[in-house]
Design a protein around this ligand. Structure first.
Ligand code: ATP
Length: 648
């Protein structure tokens, strides 16, 4: 419960109303947050700081929030920090007059470039007084640094970082360098920022009336405000839109002001894995559900804006219109004339049109595997270069002609989808579906789907309150039933490549094996899970070498919890791979999910590389909790005591 305003912490750095927020005030709040691990305390510190920002410098609130979550703009605008280590090392060296080799040595010892920058600055004599940094100017310069491209961009970036560092005082260099790296690592999750923002707005709007409320009434208002802000943000994930509306109308006016809007991609609803068909029936307990083909392509959220502009977004809210110029050209042909704006949830899959062979026989059209789709370039795609055709399979309609549809049932959304869109040969179709009722029916439909080249089925609640669309949630109301599960191999994992082992024999010029990790959001660490050397073609290995060589770093990062693993080199945590495994076992070597089952971590046995997941960021890799659930379900499902055992 928020303390009454008389006890609002003034913080260590004060500033006057109407003045820009000093960067030192934000750095001081960051330091306080870093000093605790308790989520409630973190929320309280940030709430108090944001109240001060709203009261004195409301125009800076948006920038402060972006700095707290380490972003510069909404995801779909694509401007990111994440400056490489070697560039930052050079900038710190040049700015503090120290040698690069010394900075690298310090980094090896301290494992945190922010700390190295802080200590390097501390020991540097200051000749003249520098003027203090302000949040708006820091934010503007970070944006400029991220946007630099083209000729001599490295040198220009170093120059700009040096200038910023020169103005840093006190704790500032530590957080500035971490922001530039793209990772604050103070234990501040985005959900805590959202909660603090909601609470700060409620408190600020209450003003002096806060003292008239009982603790219980205040707690209720804070709780309601938080739930509302969370719900609205999941529909409209853009602080650029939500924060000005909050400042203007408070939480009360937010629902009206901020709704799902074409042009702003929402985080997609996700599914839970299921091991067996019978589990599906247990889950739905007689409630109506539907089975749909699970196409093996790439998620595509298609938006038609009222001005006629079309945009296609990835699972990760990246704008993919440049990758799929053919899709953008195709889509208008499947829309009925009644449609003025929409948001469609769909899968784009590689597709081969029917072909008449020289002997006159006709080879029917068919789905192609994901590998075909992944051959397409992601950027600068010219229509004339496209060899792999894509067909769009629509499975949900989230917005139509000015109205969000998220709170309708799936059955209602599906009806609207079918009324307003129509199949076009080789270009668009509805996801094939069947409303099955028994294990036999599901099983027959699953076999059919796999024969036609899909990954299996998605099973979804069809009607009733549990069948609404839940943005960004991995929901029990959507289950995935993949053919791999039934073959006993279980779900795949998406893991981050953090280390490499030099190859031997034929693999001497490339990395022959890799160290993989999952991301633990609570401790903000990467936890190792296996060494992998299987599933790669020679071409794969060469291309991985090319990508990863550029991400090599001088040593292990402080936030890589590697356990006993000893790779030859470490990489920046950027690349995500999908991997299959025979089973999971407890491990004396690796650290994934340690403490969740027991003190030891979990590792993968016989891991096999499947594909690169460039639609996922490192932090969206499989979580320790998901790995724990996989391990436990394997123990439950293991009929002959296989799996869930100790590592060999
Ligand atoms: P995660 O479970 O973390 O999202 P993932 O991206 O690998 O992992 P999958 O486990 O493969 O996702 O299952 C969900 C994905 O399946 C969706 O994100 C979507 O891209 C795809 N998909 C294909 N057909 C459908 C469908 N009919 N309904 C919903 N999703 C579908």
């Amino acid at each position: 419960i928020f303390q009454k305003p008389s006890s609002v912490n003034e913080g260590k750095v004060a500033w006057k109303e109407g003045e820009p927020v000093p960067y030192a005030a934000l750095a001081s709040a960051f330091a306080d947050i870093q000093a605790t691990t308790k989520r409630l305390e973190i929320t309280e510190i940030l709430t108090q700081f944001l109240v001060r920002v709203i009261r004195r410098s409301p125009d800076n609130l948006l920038q402060v929030v972006y700095l707290c979550i380490n972003r510069l703009c909404p995801d779909y605008e694509g401007l990111e920090l994440g400056i490489g280590e070697s560039l930052l090392v050079k900038a710190i060296a040049q700015s503090t007059g120290r040698e690069v080799a010394r900075i690298k040595k310090d980094l090896e010892a301290q494992g945190d470039l922010g700390l190295v920058a802080l200590n390097s600055k501390k020991n540097q004599p200051t000749m003249f007084k520098v003027s203090s940094l302000k949040v708006p100017s820091v934010f503007k310069q970070l944006k400029e640094i991220a946007a630099v491209s083209g000729n001599k961009s490295q040198d220009r970036k170093i120059g700009m970082i040096k200038k910023l560092l020169a103005s840093c005082q006190g704790e500032e260099p530590k957080f500035l360098i971490r922001s530039l790296e793209g990772k604050l690592r103070i234990g501040l999750a985005e959900r805590s920022v959202l909660v603090s923002l909601a609470r700060a707005v409620v408190i600020s709007k209450l003003g002096k009336f806060i003292s008239k409320l009982s603790q219980e009434a205040l707690a209720k208002k804070l709780e309601e405000g938080t739930e509302l802000v969370k719900a609205v943000y999941s529909e409209l994930p853009s602080y650029d839109l939500v924060i000005p509306a909050l400042l203007r109308d408070g939480v009360e006016g937010l629902r009206e002001a901020c709704k799902l809007t074409p042009g702003v991609p929402l985080k997609p609803m996700l599914a839970k894995p299921t091991k067996a068909i019978s589990e599906v029936l247990d889950r739905f307990e007689g409630k109506p559900f539907t089975c749909e083909y699970k196409y093996d392509g790439e998620r595509a959220q298609v938006h038609l804006l009222p001005d006629g502009k079309l945009a296609v977004f990835s699972r990760n809210s990246e704008n993919m219109s440049v990758k799929y110029p053919d899709l953008v050209e195709q889509i208008p042909r499947c829309i009925n004339s009644t449609v003025k704006s929409f948001v469609l949830d769909a899968e784009a899959a590689a597709w081969k049109a029917a072909e008449t062979l020289p002997d006159g026989t006709v080879e029917p059209a068919k789905l192609l595997p994901f590998q075909e789709l992944s051959r397409r370039k992601r950027k600068d795609v010219k229509a004339s270069d496209i060899t792999v055709k894509v067909k769009l399979f629509g499975f949900d309609l989230l917005y139509l002609n000015g109205e969000p549809l998220l709170s309708l049932s799936l059955a209602e959304r599906r009806t609207l989808l079918r009324e307003h869109f129509h199949p076009v040969e080789d270009e668009f179709d509805y996801a094939r579906s069947e409303d099955c009722n028994s294990v036999e029916e599901i099983s027959v439909f699953l076999d059919k789907s796999v024969k036609e080249g899909t990954e299996g089925l998605m099973v979804k609640m069809l009607s009733g309150p549990d069948s609404t669309y839940e943005p960004s949630r991995r929901s029990m109301n959507w289950l995935k039933l993949k053919k791999d599960y039934l073959a006993g191999t279980g779900d795949s994992l998406d893991l981050v490549v953090i280390g490499g082992y030099y190859g031997k024999g034929k693999r001497t010029n490339v990395y022959g094996a890799f160290l993989l990790a999952c991301y633990d959001a609570d401790s903000e660490t990467y936890q190792t899970i296996c060494k992998i050397g299987t599933g790669f073609t020679e071409v794969d290995l060469e291309s991985h070498y090319k990508t990863l060589k550029e991400l090599e770093i001088s040593g292990k990062k402080g936030y890589y919890d590697v356990g006993e693993a000893k790779p030859d080199v470490y990489f920046e945590a950027r690349v995500v791979w999908e991997v299959l495994t025979a089973d999971l076992s407890l491990s004396p070597v690796y650290t994934a999910a340690k403490g969740l089952i027991e003190a030891r971590g979990i590792s993968l046995r016989f891991p096999r590389f499947i594909r690169i997941r460039d639609d996922k960021t490192a932090e969206e890799s499989t979580s320790p909790e998901q790995i724990e659930a996989m391990y436990r379900s394997q123990v439950v499902n293991s009929s002959k005591g296989k799996g869930g055992g100790e590592e060999d």
